[in-house]
Design a protein around this ligand. Structure first.
Ligand code: ADP
Ligand code: MG
Length: 256
C-alpha cells in the first residue's frame, strides 16, 4: 500500500466540526433517534457501535441529510444543515460517505468513478480531476486497476475505490457505515488499513463498525447506541475494559 502524506490545512484540531443537538427522528411510531447530542472535533475518529436496529445507520444518514430529522439541529463546520436546496447539496458534499455495499457506478471505470463527482459537483476540470483520481487510487493501493470496471475488482478493492471516490470531493468529515461487513474475511484488513492511514492523516471520521480492533487502535472515542439513544461514550480502552451501562456490558459480552 502506498503511503502519501496529504497536505491538509486542517491537520491541527481546531474545535468542533460536527455538532448534533437534541436530534429526534421517527419512522412512523418508531422513535429511531432519541435526543441525540453528539459533538465531533476536527481530526477526531469516533467509532459508533451498538446492536442491530439501534439507529447507527440512521444517525449516519441524518448527518449527510439522506434522512431528514423531526427536531433538533445538525451543523457541519459551523453551518447548520438546511432541509433542502442548493446550499444543502454543497454542504452534503463536505460529508463523504462509504456504505456497506460499495455503490460504485457499475458501467464506469474505476478512474471515472473517482473523476465524476469532482467534475459534476466540485466543477473541477477533467485533467485535474483525473490527476487527483490517480493520486487517490494510488493512496488506497488500487492504481493498477484504474481502467477496469468495478465488477472486475475484488470486494476489498471496490471498497477502497469507494473510499477514494469519497475523498475526491475533499470532504471535511468521512462517514463509514459498516464498510467491511460485506467483505470476505481476508479483505477486511486491507480496507481497515486504508482507514487507519486516513485517521493518522488527520481526517475527521465517524465509523460504524463491529471491528473492535479498529476501534481500539484508531478511535479517539467510542459511542455506544441502543434503542435510538447514545447510552455511553468513552475512550476505547475505558469502554472495552470497563463499560458502565448494563446495555454495553451485555453487548460486549456477545461480540468479544
Ligand atoms: P442500525 O444501523 O443500528 O442497525 P438503523 O438505523 O438501520 O439501525 O435502523 C434503526 C431502526 O429504524 C430499525 O428498527 C429499522 O428497522 C428502522 N428503520 C430504518 N430505516 C427505516 C426506514 N426507511 N423506514 C422505516 N424504518 C426504518
Ligand atoms: Mg446499520
Amino acid at each position: 500500500m502506498t503511503e502519501v502524506s496529504v497536505a491538509k490545512e486542517d491537520l491541527v484540531p481546531t474545535g468542533e466540526l460536527v455538532v448534533l443537538k437534541s436530534v429526534n427522528k421517527h419512522f412512523g411510531a418508531l422513535h429511531v433517534l432519541q435526543d441525540i447530542d453528539l459533538t465531533i472535533a476536527r481530526g477526531e475518529v469516533v467509532v459508533v457501535i451498538g446492536p442491530s436496529g439501534s439507529g447507527k445507520s440512521t444517525l449516519c444518514r441524518t448527518i449527510n441529510r439522506l434522512e431528514t430529522v423531526d427536531s433538533g439541529s445538525i451543523a457541519i463546520d459551523g453551518k447548520p444543515l438546511p432541509q433542502e436546496g442548493k446550499e444543502l447539496a454543497r454542504l452534503r458534499a463536505d460529508v463523504g460517505m462509504v456504505f456497506q455495499s460499495f455503490n460504485l457506478f457499475a458501467h464506469k471505470t474505476v478512474l471515472e468513478n473517482v473523476v465524476l463527482g469532482q467534475i459534476k459537483v466540485r466543477k473541477a476540470d477533467r485533467k485535474k480531476a483525473e490527476e487527483k483520481a490517480r493520486t487517490l487510487l494510488d493512496r488506497v493501493g488500487v492504481s493498477t486497476q484504474a481502467d477496469k470496471y468495478p465488477a472486475q475488482l475484488s470486494g476489498g478493492q471496490q471498497q477502497r475505490v469507494a473510499i477514494a471516490r469519497a475523498l475526491a470531493m475533499d470532504p471535511k468529515v468521512m462517514l463509514f457505515d459498516e464498510p467491511t461487513s460485506a467483505l470476505d474475511p481476508e479483505m477486511i484488513n486491507e480496507v481497515l488499513e486504508v482507514m487507519q492511514q486516513l485517521a493518522r492523516d488527520g481526517m475527521t471520521m465517524i465509523v460504524v463498525t463491529h471491528e473492535m480492533g479498529f476501534a481500539r487502535s484508531a478511535a479517539n472515542r467510542v459511542v455506544f447506541m441502543a434503542d435510538g439513544r447514545i447510552v455511553e461514550e468513552a475512550a476505547p480502552d475505558q469502554f472495552f475494559s470497563n463499560p458502565r451501562s448494563d446495555r454495553a456490558k451485555d453487548f460486549l459480552s456477545k461480540i468479544l
